[in-house]
Design a protein around this ligand. Structure first.
Ligand SMILES: Nc1ncnc2c1ncn2[C@@H]1O[C@H](COP(=O)(O)OP(=O)(O)OP(=O)(O)O)[C@@H](O)[C@H]1O
Ligand SMILES: [Mg+2]
Length: 307
């Protein structure tokens, strides 16, 4: 079976609000796809349309070639966790999963298995009303896993997880995708999923602003170089004299940032000017700053997109 998720011109309007505007994308199997965008971008609305919970105004979403409602045993095909809500507070975690088990065509043994998988075995017989947000997230994931699905669709699963929970989720999703299955996971914070995702689908104000591999989501062309010296004035003069875009770091007077030149070029200029250099390295580009630029200006000036 085809294990891709395909969005075709997916659109949803709420009155005057165009929540989702012609979103087209292919989510590939064997990879973790991060579905990113700021608050209100339309992520949850897309996922709800994908799972047949909201009717598109236009376009369609296909799971393995079919709309969600056309899938005979959906829980064995796609596991979904949209929000860590909707739990009956008086039920235990085990009881919650046991209610869902028949729809996933599984029994008590599988309930025990998924509780173990998400690390809730010790809390299995406690009431969900007393669970922390992180525990509810784990329970939502356990529910999504019941039918041993080929695809996982998770809306902000990292919300409320502690660092250990985040590390665990990261590993879990990588292993799940590593077995050839499909993972679509949303987040409004790029740094949260940066170490987890292979592909990125980034939306802003309902529209796709970037779709591609994570490594393509970066500033194009030569990056910036960071250089430290006991004589920043002399180095600044030399760099500007060579026609480079060099700046002092306001918070670090001994440090300069040189745009559009690699470390070798900066080092050669410093040497030519007989300026001592105490540190010289490529300036790490912040993915978060690229993310912010994309969502605020719709991607102008940043390459790599194939939306
Ligand atoms: N049922 C609804 N009725 C009216 N407007 C809605 C409804 N659902 C979503 N919207 C609007 O659609 C837009 C997208 O909302 P959505 O919840 O999909 O964003 P999101 O990317 O999931 O945001 P967040 O990161 O905060 O979860 C918002 O402007 C929101 O107010
Ligand atoms: Mg949302």
């Amino acid at each position: 079976m085809d294990q891709s998720i395909v969005l075709e011109g997916l659109t949803r309007r709420y009155g005057d609000v165009l929540a989702v505007d012609r979103v087209s994308a292919t989510i590939r199997p064997g990879r973790v796809t991060g579905f990113l965008g700021p608050n209100g971008a339309g992520k949850t609305t897309v996922l709800r349309m994908l799972l047949g919970l909201v009717e598109p105004t236009a376009g369609r979403a296909l799971i393995g070639g079919r709309a969600y409602h056309e899938i005979a045993d959906p829980l064995t095909v796609v596991g979904a966790a949209l929000e860590a809500t909707g739990f009956h507070p008086g039920r235990t975690a085990r009881a919650h999963l046991s209610v869902l088990a028949p729809a996933a065509r599984v029994g008590a043994a599988r309930v025990g298995e998924v509780l173990e998988t998400v690390g809730l075995t010790d809390a299995a017989d406690r009431r969900v009303g007393g669970f922390s947000l992180g525990m509810k997230q784990r329970l939502s994931l356990a529910a999504a896993l019941l039918g041993d699905p080929q695809m996982l669709v998770l809306d902000e699963p990292a919300n409320g997880l502690d660092p250990e929970g985040m590390a665990w989720l990261r590993t879990f999703l990588r292993v799940f995708a590593g077995s050839g299955r499909t993972v679509l996971v949303s987040s409004h914070v790029l740094s949260e999923v940066e170490q987890t995702v292979d592909d990125v689908l980034l939306i802003s104000r309902g529209r796709v602003v970037f779709a591609g591999e994570l490594h393509e989501l970066g500033p194009q062309g030569p990056g910036a170089t960071l250089v430290r010296t006991p004589d920043p004035d002399a180095l600044l003069v030399a760099l500007l004299g060579a026609g480079l875009d060099a700046h002092r770091q306001p918070d670090r007077p001994d440090q300069l940032v040189v745009r559009g030149a690699d470390a070798a070029r900066v080092g050669a200029i410093a040497h030519g000017a007989s300026v001592v250099v105490t540190d010289l390295r490529p300036k790490e580009h912040s993915l978060e700053s690229v993310f912010l630029q994309l969502v605020t200006d719709g991607g102008a000036g940043v390459g790599g997109g194939r939306a």
